[in-house]
Write a protein that binds this ligand. Sequence first.
Ligand SMILES: Nc1ncnc2c1ncn2[C@@H]1O[C@H](COP(=O)(O)OP(=O)(O)O)[C@@H](O)[C@H]1O
Ligand SMILES: [Mg+2]
Length: 241
Amino acid sequence: MSEIERVPTGIKGFDDLVGGGFPRGSIILVAGVAGAGKSIFGMQYLYYGAEFCGEPGILIVVEESAQSHRETARLLGMNFSRLEEEGKVVILDIGAIRKKIGMEESTIPGLWDIAEIVEKLTKKLSAKRLVIDSLTALTFKYESLAKMRIDMFRLFSKLKALGLTSLVLTELEEGKPSISRYGMEDFLVDGIVILGRERVGSHYRRWIAVPKMRHTKHSLELVLMDITDEGIVVYKEAPMV
Ligand SMILES: Nc1ncnc2c1ncn2[C@@H]1O[C@H](COP(=O)(O)OP(=O)(O)O)[C@@H](O)[C@H]1O
Ligand SMILES: [Mg+2]
């Protein structure tokens, strides 16, 4: 049986959980509550690809600004400004663009609205990696779940057609056990990574889990992780008990 191509994340300890990386061309949901480390996970993935794998990347930010993302990354030793100058990464700040072109605050962008610009940028950069931070922020305009599902499916199909390996970050609500906010994202993606946090006595412990990854033999354990000054580190030898 021939092996499928893997896209390494470079996140310490993580790639071993998923057979060396994400399947090339897949769409991965990265879900977690606020502060779980989703944005950092996404930026490490892009940084590693652009800096060490010759794989340019696109970061789409919707709510938190591009500048705030750059700053979070810089404090973790990742210089996104340089990668942007070198044309290896583009950060597309949807909020800033809307302001610039005078769009009203009340016109909320939807999932399909980003498709055209992603297509253009992918071709311009020869991009291989994409992170959408966040999918949740692009779902508020929908009045019906059916319409949201149609747009989500169209967007994901487009990303695949472009050959991108994409991470879509979604915000989970604290205390709610469901992985999927709208009961559809988990079916439409190829893989799911959950970043979690659990209270143990007087402190929280961070964990990571991979409940779904197509074409991959993966563990179903919650594995301890931490966010250090080098970013996310997964302690694969240390499952939560
Ligand atoms: N420089 C840093 N060193 C250690 N931990 C950090 C650093 N920067 C951020 N963190 C941790 O990461 C968390 C935010 O991660 P982030 O990826 O922005 O979360 P999310 O996108 O899931 O809301 C912070 O609440 C903090 O606990
Ligand atoms: Mg975030």
